[in-house]
Design a protein around this ligand. Structure first.
Ligand code: UDP
Ligand code: MG
Length: 325
């Protein structure tokens, strides 16, 4: 089925993942609704546009607040996930729910760090024919030195291994219904949207925006979640680490052969074989390399294992969706 997009005054659904965001969600909903109202009044988007919160199994009052908001204003819809499925899966749940009714979906974090005023540029690019528009942060001033350094190293590493990730683009992006239908055909369990979406093709562009400090609450990305995402980003898109292991293996074996020849030659000339210090060093290096290699291979096997089980990425507990006319 080919879907034609409505380029003029499209129906926009803002997808907002929320995990324990009780401190900020009310403020966020106000800011987002205000922006949507202005865009509707300017006939930039349809009056059927809405804001879809995805409650990612929050353990605080987030869902309660969202429920109340949706009763006050039909523009707010809510999906409640049965448990915490993680940022990527929460976004996917929102996008897949929105794609039947929306012409365009924009995903944005709940903490107002990403400048909502960039929406105008997003939609302008869409009007020009883009199916995907990536939000790219202007600077990383609001991040600490370590996060800045690790982020830039990470993007370099990813790109050097053949992934098409867009540097400094998190998950603030516009995606059209057509592109969403394409995305729904991917069925990978190890979801890394930033790497996956650029591989689809489609006309796309970049919009720059300013990053602000989180207004309330704290980061919901624990170090563990971040490392997982980073690891997933590499192993889901590149088999380069596996090739590196093969390369390293060949070098070590060649080195070993050279050592062997030298030892034999020494032995023929009656020289003493040096003590076991050398032996131990070589053994340790090779042993370590083998363990590391097994670990990397194991990472990929774990991926295959998870993909083979093909478990659903998220479970929807309930949906609150009002008609808007
Ligand atoms: N989030 C989520 N599930 C999680 C972790 C985070 O839905 O398991 C949401 C969170 O509520 C926020 C967005 O993902 O809307 C980004 O998280 P956060 O702002 O904490 O990350 P940071 O900006 O610090 O990288
Ligand atoms: Mg944030």
């Amino acid at each position: 089925m080919i879907t034609m997009n409505n380029r003029q005054t499209p129906i926009l659904v803002l997808v907002v993942p929320c995990y324990n965001e009780e401190e900020i969600i009310e403020k966020t909903s106000g800011v987002l609704a205000d922006k949507l109202g202005r865009l509707e009044n300017d006939d930039v988007i349809s009056h059927k546009s809405r804001i879809l919160f995805v409650d990612d199994g929050s353990r605080d009052n987030t869902f309660h607040i969202l429920h109340k908001l949706s009763e006050q204003n039909p523009i707010f819809s809510v999906i409640k996930l049965a448990g915490n499925s993680g940022h990527q899966n929460a976004i996917l749940a929102g996008m897949m729910t929105a794609r039947d009714t929306a012409d365009i979906v924009v995903t944005i974090d709940a903490d107002l760090q990403q400048d909502i005023e960039a929406l105008d540029d997003f939609i302008a690019k869409y009007n020009e024919g883009c199916e995907i528009v990536y939000g790219v942060r202007n600077d990383r001033d609001s991040d600490g030195f370590m996060k800045k350094l690790t982020a830039s190293m990470y993007y370099k590493l990813m790109r050097s291994m053949g992934s098409k990730v867009i540097p400094n683009h998190a998950d603030y992006r516009l995606i059209s219904a057509k592109a969403l239908n394409a995305l729904s055909q991917y069925s990978e369990v190890n979801l890394f949207l930033r790497g996956l979406i650029p591989t689809m093709g489609f006309k796309s562009d970049i919009v720059y925006f300013d990053v602000k400090e989180r207004e309330a609450g704290s980061s919901k990305y624990t170090l563990k979640k971040m490392l997982n995402l980073a690891m997933n980003g590499i192993t889901s898109f590149s088999t380069t680490p596996l090739h590196l292991i093969s390369g390293a293996g060949i070098i070590v074996v060649l080195g070993g052969l050279v050592m062997l020849i030298i030892t034999i030659v020494d032995w023929i000339y009656g020289k003493n074989v040096p003590g076991y210090t050398t032996l131990l060093t070589v053994m340790l290096i090779v042993g370590g390399a083998i363990l590391l290699s097994l670990g990397v291979i194991g990472e990929y096997i774990a991926k295959v294992y998870m993909e083979a089980k093909h478990r659903p990425l998220y479970i929807i507990d309930s949906v609150i969706w009002h008609d808007i006319d």
